[in-house]
Every structure is written in structure tokens, then in C-alpha cells.
Unconditional design. Structure first.
Length: 673
């Protein structure tokens, strides 16, 4: 915090949203009001820029539809009809209901459903905020698998960690594969480092089922069939082996299981892989040759690439590429998925407070697991009615009169409409938090810039007050935010050397204590043997949509991120809604013609799970057989009262029980409305 011209305060903070960039920002405050916000020009990854979404953050904070006071439901569930009540009334009603549920049904009848609305380590999901409170009550354990679970599991199987390249080292790459990632929409700060590499002669390839704005800017674009990425990786390595370009020294020193994996590669020549991926054999061979002879090669693969039946295998096999080429030993070489594996904070959720092991309930299976055994659903940092698969069945479950639903929120979301009690939550410029990007190597501090409006409380302050109201005596439930921050930094891990709360509060951000440039696997891997493990599972698991021709739903639906929303955050912002042009579905001209669809008409996309309405946009940005509709729209702000997740099945990927948002079969027809 510093004093600027005209008595204005400049307060350092950090973006809390579910994006790899976790930007450092500066809030300008005068007389207790936030007047401006900009990206921190001194932070090496943010470099002064925010995204199109967060540029409207202060507008969102001051939005007239913000929830400022506790509310109690007065109308039917789903009606969104509430009355204002006091905090004492809200805490008393919640306390009585929770006590009764624990006494009559046991603590496991409570499901704390926490999402990625904030990635804070104090107020958000990364630190599992509130978990100590839930452990005292014996509540069910929430499994937050919605984002990156399959990829994390696959990378951990082969490398021992989901960590990989420091994204800043892409500036040193000579070949960059942007694989299943739309960098300019979902983490645009990496593009600066890619531009640095291009200025030094790097070649950039986008591999994606959709010709995104990132693909438009690449030197080369491969329109791969969704979910076949692992097969392409094997085909590229087949060419590497044919060229004799494998790094035999690195393979011998730092890997195990190579001979078996080599045989798998040989079973996937380019002509076979072309049939699987829908890519021309010549393109596979050409990229394979470039990969064989370009060092270092850096691969960026983010969360979208693993949201299908074979998502874990896809990341596991892609991570094998730099082991075969030896790029893991080179700055600018390897795979960047998530840097979260390098964040060694002491996340002490006090599991010792549990009287016994409790049931685990899975985030993406809300429609299945929100059964009669659940008597309280407590939602925070989440909007499952908009963001979770099998939307129609979730709505049916939320209509249960015997289900006590509490939602902590900023705005009247689709999920809020089904709450019994709504608690007003602070936004990022109003509370303390500690952050770490999963797309860079920095810890970030968020200092509150302004007081909360109305009667909004932070996540941890809400749980402190509720614990006190319930008469709970466990001392750790009352730790202050600064005490929690001190505990988080107390792990003793070398990567945190020299990083203190005082330093973070003063500087706003600190790079982890790791070398620069950072080449984590140059001399081995954090596995029991110290070696990368080939062959720990199938190299390629076909997507569910590989069977499209055999059923009534011949089109593959993919649900990418919107440029205007962050999951469902900003889904109610009038200007961003206008720019998004409402729910739209991209349809290839060949698929549109055979169905009598015309550009701009409203159509219904559907399968046996459900359906949604969207405006048709006929475009060759999707290949034949693929339709694409962005996530993030709110159900009640969408024509037809459903969004894309109404057509997404609640089933698991191959590893980690990951989500399958890009692996669903649908049909599309003109809307009757």
C-alpha cells in the first residue's frame, strides 16, 4: 500500500479467479472508494495488463444486483423470492438446522460444496476454506474434481507431479505446441513470452478441435478430432523414432519402462494416427519431423485437453514427448500444464478434528450424489446450476423441500434461486487472501482495499461467526486471516525460503525460491525411482465420442471457455453479456446444410440427458462432426431456460474422476420456439 498523488492510496492485490495467470493488480482508492484498477506493471508475469473480463471488476463490485444482506427464502424453491433478515437471525436458523441434522442424521448428511469462484488459500478452494469447521461437525468430504483432476492424475503417474515447465521459459523455446489451449482467452499473459520466442525464430503450432483466436495467430493449425490427442502424440513420436532423434542418453539415465512404451509408439505410425485424429497424414509427418529436429520444444497443454474419457492418458502421453526428445533437460523444453505442484504451502485443514473417516462426495456427480442422505447443501465459491454437468437433474434435486440449502454469494445466481438462506460474501478488494498462480511461479498477496459494502462478510469471517454462534470450542476455528497466512508459509519447504507475510504485504508478489531458468526434470523426477515412468497405463484411451456413428447423436459437443466470462463469473455483467452475443453454437457448414440450419437462427442442441437452445453460427472454425458452445452462461438469462451443461453427462474420465465436458454426443435441429 502506498500513497500517491492527491492523497490516493494504491493497494496491491491479486485476481482470485480460476485462471492460470493469477494477475497482480493495483487498486486506486480515495476516501474509502475504489476508483480504478490496473494490472501491476512491476509484476513480471502480469506486466501491467488485465483481461477483458477483469478490466470490468470494479464495475462488478459496484453492480446494483449485488447481494448485500442475509436473505431468507419466502417463495417456492427456484423462485428466487427472498426477504432480508439480520445476521443474528441467519446464524440462529443455520445453527438450529445444522445441529438438528447432525443429531438426527450424522454430520455426513452435510455436503459443503465448494467451487473455484476464488482460488485463494485463505478464503477459497485452494486452502479448502471452512474445512476445519466442517471437520468439527463431521461433514462429508467434498471432492473438487471439476477442473483438472484427470490431467493431474496422468502427469503424477508419469512424472510424480503435475508440475512441469516454468511458463516464462517459453521465451527460450524454438518449437511451441499450444495443445488444446486457447491462450489468448484463457491465460493471455503467456502470449508475451511466446512473442519473445517468435522474435527469436520459434515456430508456433495450435492443436485444437476449434480454430480459436489463438489458432488464428499461430504459424500452423491442426484441427484435431476431440479427445484423440494421445494418439497424435504417439504418431509424432513414431516419426521421431524413424528419424533416430530420440535422446538415448536421457532415456537411459532418467526413465523406466522405455522398451514397452517404444513398442506402443511403433504401433502408431502416421497413417494409423491420421485415421484416428482426422488429420492429414502429411501434416502429422511434417510436424513429427519438426519435433524430431527442433530443440527445445515447449508444449502448453491446459485443462480443456483432459475433459474427456481419456483425459488422464492424454496428459500422461504428451508428457512422454519431452522425455523421448530430451527436452525435459533444456530450458524452454517440456510440458506446462499446472505449476500448482510447486506450491508447497502448509495447508492444515485439521483432519485430526474428524471423529472418524467420512463419506466423500464428488463435485461433478452432484446430480447423482445429492440424494436423500444429504440434508444440507452448503454452496460457496460455486454456481452448480450453471457450471456442473447434468443440469436438469441437479435442478430436480435442489427442489427437494427436505434439503436445507445455504449459498454464500455475491449475486443472485441460478443456484441462489434454490437457497433457503443466502449469505452475502465479500469480493476480492474487500478481504485478505494469499494466492499462487497455476500458470506461473509466484506467490501473490491480496490486501483489502476498501471496506465491505452492506453486511458482506468474507468466507473465513462467516465461519468464525457461525462457529461462535454454535458454541464450538476448537481454538483453530477462530484463527485470524493473518494467522492463517503465517501457518500457510510455515511448511519449511526450500521453495518458500525468505518468503514471509510481511514481505508479501509490502511487495505484493514474490517469486518462489527456485532457480532461474527453472528446469525441474533435468536430472530426474519426484518419483520413487527418481525416473519418469513410461507405461504406467494405456497410452491412448478413445473418447466416448469415437462411437458417434453408431448412435442417434452423431455430433461431438465441446464446451470451451468464453472470452467474456470466467466459468459463470461475469455471466450477469450487462456489457460482457452484450459482447458475448448470448448462447451460440458453432456448426460446420456441412453439418448445417444437412440439417437445414441457417446462420442466425435459433436451434436446439440435445441428447438423452437434456438440451439447450442457442443461436446457430455456421463456421468452418469447427470441423465436420463437431459443434461448440461456450460455457458460463446463466440458465435464467438464457432462452429456453437451459445452458450447455444440460447436455453434458455426469460421468468420469479415465483418471481422477475428471469431468468430461468435451466428450458428449448430441444432435441439433431448428428450435420450435
Amino acid at each position: 500500500m502506498s500513497l500517491g498523488d492527491m492523497g490516493e492510496l494504491r493497494v496491491l492485490g491479486a485476481c482470485p479467479l480460476d485462471c492460470p495467470d493469477t494477475c497482480s493488480w493495483v487498486v486506486t482508492v480515495r476516501d474509502g472508494e475504489a476508483l480504478g484498477m490496473r494490472g501491476n506493471p512491476d509484476q513480471p508475469y502480469t506486466r501491467g495488463a488485465l483481461c477483458v473480463k477483469v478490466n470490468r471488476y470494479l464495475e462488478q463490485v459496484k453492480s446494483p444486483d449485488r447481494i448485500l444482506y442475509p436473505l431468507r427464502r419466502t417463495g417456492p424453491k427456484g423462485s428466487g423470492e427472498f426477504e432480508r433478515i439480520t445476521w443474528d437471525e441467519a446464524l440462529e436458523e443455520i445453527s438450529v438446522r445444522l445441529r438438528r441434522i447432525v443429531d438426527e442424521h450424522g454430520g455426513e448428511a452435510i455436503w459443503p460444496y465448494q467451487g473455484t469462484g476464488t482460488l485463494g488459500y485463505i478464503q477459497g478452494v485452494e486452502g479448502e476454506a471452512g474445512r476445519r469447521f466442517w471437520n468439527v461437525l463431521g461433514a462429508s468430504r467434498h471432492v473438487a474434481n471439476i477442473c483438472s483432476a484427470a490431467g493431474n492424475a496422468g502427469l503424477t503417474e508419469i512424472n510424480g507431479t503435475p508440475g512441469g515447465m516454468d511458463p516464462e521459459t517459453f521465451a527460450l523455446s524454438k518449437l511451441i505446441l499450444l495443445w488444446g489451449t486457447n491462450t489468448l482467452t484463457s491465460g493471455h499473459h503467456l502470449w508475451k513470452f511466446i512473442q519473445d520466442a517468435r522474435a527469436d525464430g520459434a515456430h508456433v503450432v495450435a492443436i485444437d478441435p476449434i480454430r480459436t483466436r489463438t489458432a488464428d495467430q499461430a504459424d500452423e493449425y491442426l484441427p484435431i478430432r476431440p479427445g484423440t490427442d494421445a494418439a497424435l502424440a504417439l504418431g509424432l513420436l513414431n516419426v521421431v523414432l524413424a528419424e533416430g532423434a530420440e535422446d538415448r542418453d536421457y532415456l537411459a539415465r532418467h526413465t523406466e519402462g522405455w522398451e514397452g512404451f517404444r513398442e506402443e509408439i511403433l504401433r502408431h505410425p502416421p497413417e494409423v494416427v491420421a485415421e484416428i485424429t482426422g488429420l492429414p497424414e502429411s501434416d502429422i509427418r511434417a510436424l513429427g519431423l519438426r519435433l524430431a529436429h527442433t530443440r527445445p520444444t515447449g508444449i502448453r497443454a491446459t485443462m480443456g485437453i483432459q475433459r474427456h474419457a481419456g483425459g488422464g492418458a492424454a496428459l500422461r502421453t504428451i508428457a512422454a514427448i519431452p522425455a523421448v526428445t530430451g527436452d525435459w533437460r533444456r530450458p524452454g523444453g517440456g510440458v506446462a500444464y499446472s505449476t500448482s505442484g510447486y506450491i508447497h504451502l502448509n495447508i492444515d485443514t485439521r483432519d485430526d478434528l474428524l471423529a472418524r473417516p467420512v463419506r466423500r462426495r464428488t463435485m461433478t456427480r452432484l446430480a447423482d450424489e445429492l440424494d436423500e442422505s444429504v440434508k444440507c447443501l452448503w454452496v460457496y465459491g460455486a454456481n452448480p446450476m450453471a457450471s456442473t454437468s447434468d443440469q436438469n437433474r441437479i435442478r430436480e434435486r435442489l427442489l427437494r423441500e427436505d434439503l436445507f440449502t445455504v449459498v454464500m454469494e455475491h449475486f443472485p445466481t441460478d443456484t441462489v434461486d434454490y437457497a433457503d438462506i443466502v449469505l452475502p460474501a465479500t469480493m476480492q478488494i474487500e478481504h485478505t487472501d494469499l494466492h499462487a498462480g497455476y500458470g506461473h511461479m509466484y506467490l501473490m498477496w491480496n490486501e483489502p482495499a476498501v471496506p465491505p459494502p452492506g453486511e458482506c462478510l468474507s468466507t473465513m469471517e462467516t465461519f468464525r461467526r457461525l462457529a461462535r454462534h454454535m458454541g464450538l470450542t476448537e481454538p483453530s476455528l477462530y484463527d485470524s486471516d493473518l494467522e492463517l497466512a503465517e501457518q500457510l508459509l510455515s511448511s519449511g519447504h526450500p521453495s518458500l525460503a525468505g518468503i514471509t507475510v510481511d514481505r508479501l504485504r509490502k511487495e505484493g508478489w514474490v517469486r518462489l525460491s527456485v532457480p532461474r531458468p527453472f528446469t525441474p526434470f533435468a536430472d530426474g523426477f519426484p518419483t520413487p525411482s527418481g525416473r519418469l515412468r513410461f507405461g504406467s497405463g494405456p497410452a491412448y484411451v478413445p473418447p466416448r465420442t469415437a462411437s458417434a456413428a453408431e448412435g442417434p447423436y452423431p455430433l461431438t459437443l465441446v464446451t470451451p471457455a468464453s472470452h467474456m466470462f470466467l466459468n459463470s463469473t461475469f455471466g450477469n455483467n450487462p456489457e460482457l453479456l452484450r459482447r458475448s452475443r448470448g448462447p451460440r453454437v458453432l456448426v460446420n457448414p456441412a453439418d448445417a446444410g444437412s440439417r437445414g440450419l441457417v446462420d442466425g437462427q435459433r436451434a436446439r442442441v440435445f441428447n438423452d440427458v437434456g438440451g439447450f437452445e442457442a443461436v446457430v453460427e455456421i463456421s468452418d472454425r469447427v470441423r465436420p462432426g463437431v459443434v461448440a458452445a461456450t460455457k458460463g452462461h446463466w440458465r435464467k438469462l438464457s432462452a429456453g431456460g437451459s445452458t450447455v451443461n444440460a447436455a453434458v453427462e455426469a460421468r468420469d474420465a479415465d483418471l481422477g474422476r475428471g469431468a468430461v465436458y468435451h466428450d458428449n454426443l448430441v444432435e441439433i435441429s431448428p428450435s420450435a420456439s
